[in-house]
Design a protein around this ligand. Structure first.
Ligand SMILES: [Fe+2]
Length: 446
């Protein structure tokens, strides 16, 4: 959903001159009193690159780098249009009206520290140096939305992929990330150590999934087996992405008994900043990420990116994020693969509910909606189909944690599963190889 801002247009949005930006960069690079100081040689090389007029591509202050392959891009600052800067200035102005009420304290402090604001898009050379000095993270400029594997691989090396595209003037919310989302949403939250660490941990979990996939591929004996291994890795990444989505992107936190936003997806949309905290439309659920049940709840919850969220998860404090180690992320996504999932509208037994959203639905409703052909969004349909197939085939879990999670869910009536199976009559399709795997099925339910 895209909404048009009602704010009046600013008179002008002026970037500072190239010479004053270079002067500023020299001052930043010369600051030795930072948590991650930049040595003189590195600073000289970095400054020379900026001075040469070469666009900013990948931060080069840490000695590390990442391969962005075909997604590599540069920020050519001089080519940003007056409308780009105006769109940024309007976003910042609108944020002013919401952030002091809805953003967490650390975001406001981070914004000051990195000087995110003003009436012109930040020059990535300056911003990258500031971020590195304070957090050890750097920017890597990409051309478009990148695959999850590349995105999280960057995270494992403390590179944050950023776009060079600014949303059209007056747009409040976009499905795809832009400079407004990446910079005005994410960057200030790097100052929250637990958020920065959990982002890095997601990167390291991605590496674990990748290594696991590579090891299995070496042992695969058929094309069919290889396909299944690749499919599994994609699935695991999807579930890891949900943990990231409901925290780093759309997380709320309690501060002084008030709901505050720390998720970048929320903070980069002034409209959703207010909606996430104030609206009666969405569910809000208090979670403790140290609790396996709550972590599984996130990993098994599907969502859409096309509109404001229907459920927000609320942390008591940021410390709980420390429990999301790469190994625990890996173990959770493996468990999620074998469990029924939830739609983004659902409340389920065991949830600590702060607000029942007007769009809330029960766990069973999605199945009845599917069979009545009254599903109201794609999330309901795909989750219901996935789960009913799983129930029909029998759910095999052996870890007590996963069994406990499964038992918590309402029993799905056997007649309902039978009715689904009747409709979901597939026809067997040959694998195309000589392995002994159960034949694939196609179905009328899509
Ligand atoms: Fe994001």
């Amino acid at each position: 959903m895209k909404t048009k801002s009602k704010m009046p247009a600013l008179q002008s949005a002026q970037p500072s001159s190239r010479s004053s930006r270079l002067k500023m960069l020299k001052e930043i690079l010369g600051n030795p009193k930072t948590p991650y100081p930049i040595d003189a040689d590195t600073a000289r090389r970095y400054y020379a690159q900026a001075e040469s007029g070469k666009g900013f591509g990948i931060g080069s202050l840490s000695g590390e780098t990442v391969d962005l392959a075909e997604y590599v891009n540069v920020q050519d600052y001089e080519s940003l249009s007056p409308d780009d800067h105006l769109s940024w200035a309007r976003l910042i102005e609108e944020q002013q009206s919401t952030k002091h009420r809805f953003a967490c304290e650390e975001y406001l402090a981070g914004e000051k520290l990195f000087e995110i604001g003003g009436n012109a898009i930040p020059d990535y050379y300056l911003l990258n140096a500031r971020i590195y000095q304070q957090t050890g993270w750097q920017l890597a400029t990409v051309s478009k939305i990148i695959p999850a594997e590349v995105f999280f691989h960057c995270h494992s090396h403390k590179f944050f992929p950023v776009t060079t595209f600014m949303r059209p003037l007056g747009t409040d919310y976009l499905e795809e990330p832009d400079i407004g989302h990446d910079i005005a949403g994410h960057v200030a939250t790097f100052t929250i150590p637990q958020v920065a660490q959990v982002m890095n941990n997601h990167g390291l979990a991605n590496d674990l999934i990748h290594h696991e996939k590579e090891a299995k591929l070496k042992l695969a004996k058929s094309a069919c087996e290889r396909d299944a291994i690749l499919k599994e890795a994609t699935e695991l990444l999807l579930y890891a992405g949900r943990l990231y989505w409901f925290t780093v992107e759309f997380g709320l936190v309690l501060q002084n008994n008030k709901l505050k936003a720390f998720g970048a997806g929320i903070l980069s949309s002034p409209g959703e900043s207010k909606f996430s905290v104030d609206s009666l439309e969405s569910n809000r659920i208090l979670i403790d990420l140290r609790d396996d049940r709550d972590l599984l709840r996130l990993a098994t919850t599907d969502y859409l990116i096309s509109e404001y969220q229907k459920t927000y998860f609320v942390l008591r404090d940021f410390d709980a994020l420390d429990s999301l180690t790469p190994e625990r992320i890996l173990s959770t996504v493996h468990a999620a693969k074998n469990l029924p999932h939830h739609t983004w509208r659902e409340l389920v037994p065991g949830d600590t509910v702060l607000n029942v959203g007007a769009t809330m639905m029960s766990s069973l409703e999605k199945y009845y909606r599917l069979l009545a052909d009254q599903d109201s969004d794609p999330c309901i349909r795909r989750t219901a189909i996935r789960n009913l197939r799983m129930y029909a085939n029998g759910i095999a879990t052996n870890r007590s944690r996963d069994v406990a999670f499964l038992k918590e869910l309402p029993t799905v009536p056997s007649k309902l599963i039978a009715e689904f199976c009747r409709v979901d009559q597939g026809r067997d399709v040959k694998c195309g190889c000589d392995c002994k795997r159960t034949p694939h099925k196609t179905t009328d339910l899509r």
